[in-house]
Ligand binder design. Sequence first.
Ligand code: ATP
Length: 244
Amino acid sequence: MISLDSVKKSYGDKTIIESLSLKVSRGEFLTILGESGSGKSTLLKMINGLVTPDSGTIMVDGTKVATPAPSESDLVKLRRTVGYAVQGSVLFPHLSVAQNIGYVPKISGASKGEIKEAVHRAIKIAGLDEDLLDRMPAQLSGGQAQRVGIARSIAGRPRILLMDEPFGAVDEITRRALQDEIVEIVGQEGLTCLFVTHDTAEALKLGSKVLVLKNGAIEQYDTPDEVANHGATDYVRTLVNHQS
Ligand SMILES: Nc1ncnc2c1ncn2[C@@H]1O[C@H](COP(=O)(O)OP(=O)(O)OP(=O)(O)O)[C@@H](O)[C@H]1O
């Protein structure tokens, strides 16, 4: 579903990712674990075309995303294929909840009726109350905003879901509820999910596979069981032993 071949990325003279190759199968729930600055967000942004690598190849569901940078039509295709949710779910502040959730269907050219249907389907899946649809993002709690972000990321019926620390800004109880829901959504919809976290317990709990990154390089890419019980490097074993 997703493949990266010898991908390199630097910012200025700082190399973030030296040479990364990776294949993610359809239906995989891949958690990406690593400390701050290890390149997790950069990896997701390269997969959804927000950041272009210096060199290497990235294929997403048959579309070449890089390099060179994708064409305008490939980018549109990519927006439909890939849903993206980030920490604190950065919603458009000037759009209502319904407009936020309906954004991708709208830019994809869906009719008013189709947009409404997509929004209702998404809020149902994300466990949101209909009463919230007319509110503005500033009128939501952190947990509600997070759910709206999730609803928005799935409203366009993507095949791939990229989530960048999506539950970083919510309390522990909401976080657990959202974790369970996202696993269910990904399973039900048959999605391929890449989920970035710096929380080892979360990575091991949610992932069907876990990718451990350090300084932009792969330390281990394996099942949660293998990562937990047979850490490939000292770094992986330290992460597993020091989880909270
Ligand atoms: N646009 C940019 N310009 C320059 N440097 C950047 C840019 N974006 C990211 N970086 C740097 O690249 C490195 C990797 O950043 P990235 O956000 O991918 O890490 P991360 O693993 O997601 O970190 P965190 O867990 O803190 O979000 C960091 O050193 C960061 O400062």
